[in-house]
Write a new protein. Structure first.
Length: 190
């Protein structure tokens, strides 16, 4: 069995698109890493979000299909109107279960699935957003021993989501949007 990649989850809602895109553009290629972007998005966007991430050097950006294996060197964008889950067997699954905090994909669902799958190495950052989705999932993720970071609510475009997480626990890092690459590399080095 091949070694599972380090899973780095970048999650957010309103105000998170620009920091997430900037992170992916600036993140140096690491062949042992798989990046998962779980961003709240419209069910039927005018322009597919995948196109906004398509000109990223080195990284292959894809929207995973049900049962796609989780592979190193890729950026996975959670599909619109589906929950994205990580399975213990090393693949993604998609669900059309009810929205969580009015959101599908739900950050809580994704992070809880990583914990339940007992993924060997992972980290996550919770960015700007207008609801509490992600706070509880990140808390469980942190409690399971994974690296956690939260965007500083004072600089977040919409501080509700990061504040909700900080009400529950103290993450490994409180960070600014421009520090996302540094924070990911720090998590990788642990």
């Amino acid at each position: 069995m091949t070694e599972r990649p380090f899973l780095w989850v970048v999650a957010g809602s309103a105000g998170s698109f620009t920091p997430a895109r900037q992170f992916v553009q600036e993140m140096p290629y690491r062949p042992q890493v798989a990046i998962v972007l779980c961003l709240h998005r419209m069910r039927k966007p005018r322009v597919p979000m995948i196109e906004a991430f398509s000109r990223i050097p080195y990284w292959q950006v894809v929207e995973p299909q049900d049962k796609d294996p989780i592979e190193s060197g890729k950026v996975y964008l959670a599909p619109a109107d589906y929950h994205l889950l990580v399975e213990r067997e090393g693949y993604f699954s998609l669900s059309v279960d009810e929205p969580v905090h009015f959101s599908r994909p739900s950050i809580d669902v994704l992070l809880e699935s990583v914990v339940e799958a007992r993924w060997p190495r992972a980290g996550a950052v919770l960015l700007s957003g207008a609801n509490r989705d992600g706070a509880w999932g990140l808390y469980l993720f942190h409690r399971a021993g994974y690296f956690t970071a939260v965007q500083d609510p004072q600089e977040a475009e919409v501080p509700t989501m990061p504040r909700a997480a900080l009400e529950l626990f103290t993450p490994n890092r409180l960070c600014k949007a421009h520090e996302l690459v540094q924070v990911c590399l720090e998590a990788l080095s642990l």
